[in-house]
Design a protein around this ligand. Structure first.
Ligand SMILES: *[C@@H]1O[C@H](CO)[C@@H](O)[C@H](O)[C@H]1NC(C)=O
Ligand SMILES: *[C@@H]1O[C@H](CO)[C@@H](O)[C@H](O)[C@H]1NC(C)=O
Ligand SMILES: *[C@@H]1O[C@H](CO)[C@@H](O)[C@H](O)[C@H]1NC(C)=O
Ligand SMILES: *[C@@H]1O[C@H](CO)[C@@H](O)[C@H](O)[C@H]1NC(C)=O
Length: 856
């Protein structure tokens, strides 16, 4: 095990606690007046001496000729001098090749041979020019065996004979499946923002101040956050665990590997054991500009920042303070080195508060800055040039694709990379300018796109899917795969150890059930430092299709849809159109679909249409389906999630209709339409996104300016929505989950009573009127709820109301993270489930038993 601190080149100076001598107290308290004269005299003499000594000590730093070495510890001065050497040491990327063993290797772990894999090395073929490599050319999937020993990849070549290897080698047959290095997620809060989220477990941001370079994510990292295992089941082996982005300077970050404790082959449960680089060659720091810090800290009249102007001041003030400390240290070191420690009259100036930021200015810390907008990026780049430090990556960097020149002006040898989501955007004002083609644009401009999760913002388990989408949005295959492997490895300063399948690299390896950049790709097995991580992993049976040809490219779609009267599509593999599933030409899987004046006129060979066609579009691997309908989201009811001005709002008391709140013509609706979602059914919010109260409206996403136009709204009231999701139910008017269930039952039973007595409801749009339509079975009741017992509550309620009304209720569960636990009961009651999110995720307590694919 190599995680214990080693004295050596790679180690950075540990902070030693003693401060400068001048901080000693200057005053002594007076002795009580009852002392004898002699004692008083002695006391006065002592006091005089102490004051004199103190005065000399305080004043000596300004009087270099005045020596008093006896007041300082020679040992400490010597240690300080050694610290000087470390202060000026420039870290280097740790080498991979040449190691006998990985510092993380656990004694006794057996070597492993993975046979017959289709391997992505992570490098182009030898002799590929730098330009071609940048263009993603020269990369290929190769057939090879991979031999791992002492936590390292030792051999990657064809037909390694097991006989040539040590007799205890574990042999694993990949059966031709695809093998890559472990995925690297360069922006994660796993462990500090543990799931399910509980107040007591949230250690994401140190919110006591805006500038906290002195805090460290490892001090709050919970190795037993189950999400660390879930993430690994998606093939992620290394993550950079950053403090949150509430602060302008959030603190130190650490790259970890996703192996924890004995079940994962580790000797113990500890954060130190998880560090990806036990030698801590580099340090890492999180900074953030833009909306967060001013929202979190700004208090007018009390403290800033309340604006981006104030944030830049906070940054510059902090850098200035750290630079002054560095200067004082450099001066001390220069003097001590020139004149010898015996002539020094103070210790090396040190200050724990500014030590890490000082190290950042010394180039020992990889700075990662969360900055979205052009002004944020430009201001931060200014700071880098004012204080001479480099940025490894701008994160959440949605607008970087617009200003590559600004990034190229950043201080340092290489411009920062842009760490992005593929298409998660528009959730706040600073994210409102963004493009799913940003990665492609950045790459064309010579900058490096990296895809990240910001776990738990996105479930890092699926971070490889961000790269897959980036590939679909135009990034070359090799560049997209690099964006979650070699590119983050290089930006972490670990590019000679992580991110490739080559001898000398850490043996973090994933074998996939399908191409990693295809939809639904999942690991079959994951190795970390050469140790298999899953004992009996479930493998879905998928046809072995072989890898995607890395030369595959996707054309950039037209910015806006174009209208044509007659068009013929060729190259369609499958038609899913009801009634138009072609029976012809299945063998070639090359169907033609002809569309004329808005109608599909032919699916199949379509010889006549092909001849007549004025416009032909050839598709690679085309599929034809009906368009999609979005259900349960907020599109149509808001434009920017975090901006109230753009939002319909939430109500826990006022039952309302989405049809009364629709606002068409938003960017979200335009994009929904562009990607095939032509209709949506949205309901008003109860407390926040993902909760519902009122009736949902069905409308078309695009093509109408207002709801008054014909066809804009296809159904005024689709379903009647209530939320029994636990946190929301408690936040709502009823104050408790049981209260919310009881209130809904009371309302439904009243509707049953009114139906029986014929008690008229004056307002046809009132909650009562809609509930009567529900108990009559005319409108579905959609219940938003995740927990198995919450769903059980909804099922009981359905039964009680049906018994009272003697009619059938149509009930739909929306959310449903734990619905698998009550699947049989749901089926028996004929209650459908709309999973939301689509891939269940244990973010909140009532979703904690969701099936995620990770180990339980
Ligand atoms: C490798 O796997 C493929 C696919 O399963 C199989 O066809 C081939 O025979 C295997 N080769 C060897 C050498 O086992
Ligand atoms: C930054 O570097 C430049 C040129 O190397 C130098 O002139 C300047 O003093 C440095 N600024 C700081 C704050 O160290
Ligand atoms: C698919 O069919 C179209 C139309 O018949 C033809 O032009 C095209 O060459 C075919 N492509 C392939 C790969 O067979
Ligand atoms: C009829 O409905 C009204 C309004 O909810 C209610 O106040 C009244 O008590 C109901 N009457 C009967 C007979 O249930």
């Amino acid at each position: 095990m190599g995680f214990e601190k080693k004295e050596g080149d790679a180690m950075l100076p540990p902070y030693s606690a003693a401060g400068p001598a001048k901080q000693q107290p200057r005053w002594r308290r007076r002795r009580p007046a009852r002392l004898t004269r002699a004692l008083k005299f002695l006391g006065l003499a002592c006091l005089g001496f102490i004051v004199y000594a103190q005065w000399r000590q305080i004043s000596t730093p300004n009087q270099p000729h005045h020596r008093n070495p006896s007041l300082l510890s020679v040992e400490k001065l010597q240690a300080d001098l050694q610290t000087c050497a470390k202060l000026h040491k420039k870290p280097r990327d740790p080498k991979g090749l040449g190691r006998e063993r990985n510092a993380r290797y656990v004694d006794g772990h057996k070597p492993t041979l993975i046979k017959n894999a289709t391997v992505w090395v992570g490098e182009p073929a030898e002799g590929t020019s730098a330009e071609d490599a940048w263009a993603g050319k020269g990369f290929a999937w190769i057939n090879a065996d991979v031999y791992m020993e002492y936590g390292l990849i030792k051999k990657v070549q064809k037909d390694i004979s097991p006989k040539s290897l040590s007799s205890d080698t574990l042999v694993w047959d990949a059966k031709g499946r695809q093998l890559t290095t472990g995925i690297i997620d360069m922006h994660s809060h796993a462990g500090v923002d543990s799931l399910p989220e509980l107040e007591g477990n949230d250690d994401t941001n140190e919110m006591s101040a805006d500038i906290t370079p002195y805090v460290r994510s490892i001090d709050g990292l919970q190795p037993q956050d189950h999400q660390i295992q879930v993430i690994k089941s998606g093939g992620v082996t290394t993550s950079l665990i950053l403090p949150g982005s509430g602060n302008n300077i959030g603190g130190e970050a650490y790259p970890i590997k996703h192996a924890v404790g004995k079940p994962d082959g580790r000797p113990e449960i500890s954060v130190a054991d998880m560090l990806a680089d036990p030698d801590r060659s580099w340090r890492y720091m999180k900074m953030a500009c833009g909306e967060n810090a001013k929202r979190v800290y700004g208090k007018v009249g009390e403290h800033g920042p309340v604006s981006r102007l104030g944030e830049s001041w906070e940054f510059r003030r902090a850098f200035e303070t750290a630079a002054k400390l560095n200067q004082a240290q450099d001066d001390w070191c220069a003097r001590a080195e020139a004149a010898g420690i015996e002539s020094m009259e103070s210790y090396l100036p040190q200050d724990l508060k500014w030590e890490s930021l000082g190290a950042a200015l010394r180039g020992q810390v990889h700075v990662n800055a969360h900055c979205y907008t052009v002004p944020d990026l430009e201001a931060f780049v200014d700071h880098t040039n004012e204080f001479n430090f480099s940025v490894r990556a701008f994160h959440h960097a949605h607008q970087t694709y617009l200003v590559p020149e600004i990034l190229k002006r950043a201080w340092g040898p290489t411009p920062p990379a842009a760490a992005l989501f593929a298409d998660n955007m528009w959730y706040k004002a600073e994210a409102y300018v963004g493009s799913e083609h940003a990665g492609h644009a950045l790459w064309e401009a010579g900058l490096t796109p990296i895809y990240v999760s910001d776990n738990p913002v996105l479930n890092a388990q699926h971070v490889v899917f961000e790269a897959a989408k980036a590939f679909g949005y135009g990034l070359p295959y090799a560049v997209a795969l690099a964006s979650v492997t070699t590119a983050p490895a290089e930006r972490l300063g670990l590019g000679e150890r992580l991110g490739k399948v080559k001898p000398g690299f850490d043996a973090d390896v994933v074998v996939w059930d399908s191409d990693p950049l295809s939809v639904g790709a999942a690991p079959v097995q994951v190795w970390i430092d050469g140790t298999a991580q899953f004992e009996d992993p479930v493998e879905l049976e998928k046809p072995l299709k072989g890898p995607i040809d890395p030369k595959t490219t996707f054309e950039m779609p037209a910015e806006e849809p174009t209208e044509v009267a007659d068009v013929v599509f060729t190259g369609i593999r499958t038609s899913y159109l009801p009634g138009l599933e072609s029976t012809e030409d299945r063998s070639t899987r090359n169907l033609t679909v002809a569309v004329s004046k808005g109608k599909v006129t032919c699916v199949g060979v379509c010889a006549a249409e092909l001849v007549a066609a004025t416009k032909r579009i050839h598709l690679q691997n085309g599929h034809i389906t009906k368009p999609f309908t979005a259900f349960g989201s907020l599109i149509g009811l808001n434009a920017i999630d975090a901006e109230d001005a753009t939002d319909n709002g939430a109500s826990t008391t006022q039952f309302s209709r989405a049809a009364d709140g629709l606002h068409l013509g938003t960017k979200k609706l335009r994009y929904a339409h562009r990607y095939g979602v032509t209709r949506a059914i949205s309901a008003p919010k109860y407390t926040s996104a993902g909760t519902h109260f009122g009736t949902s409206a069905g409308f078309r996403t695009w093509g109408h300016d207002t709801v008054l136009q014909d066809g804009a709204v296809f159904a005024e009231d689709v379903a009647v929505h209530y939320t029994l999701q636990e946190a929301a139910a408690k936040a709502g008017g009823e104050g408790s989950f049981s209260g919310a269930v009881g209130a809904l039952r009371r309302k439904l039973l009243k509707a049953v009573g009114d139906e029986k007595t014929g008690n008229e409801t004056a307002d046809a749009f009132a909650e009562e009127a809609y509930l009567r339509r529900v108990v009559r079975g005319e409108l579905p009741l959609a219940v938003t709820v995740h927990s198995a017992d919450g769903i059980a509550g909804a099922l009981k309620l359905k039964k009680q109301v049906e018994e009272a009304s003697e009619s059938r209720l149509t009930v739909v569960i929306l959310g449903g993270a734990e619905s698998h636990l009550v699947a049989a009961k749901l089926a028996a009651a004929q209650v459908g489930v709309v999973l939301s999110p689509l891939q269940s995720y244990r973010t909140s307590w009532d979703q904690r038993r969701a099936l995620t694919g990770g180990r339980r």
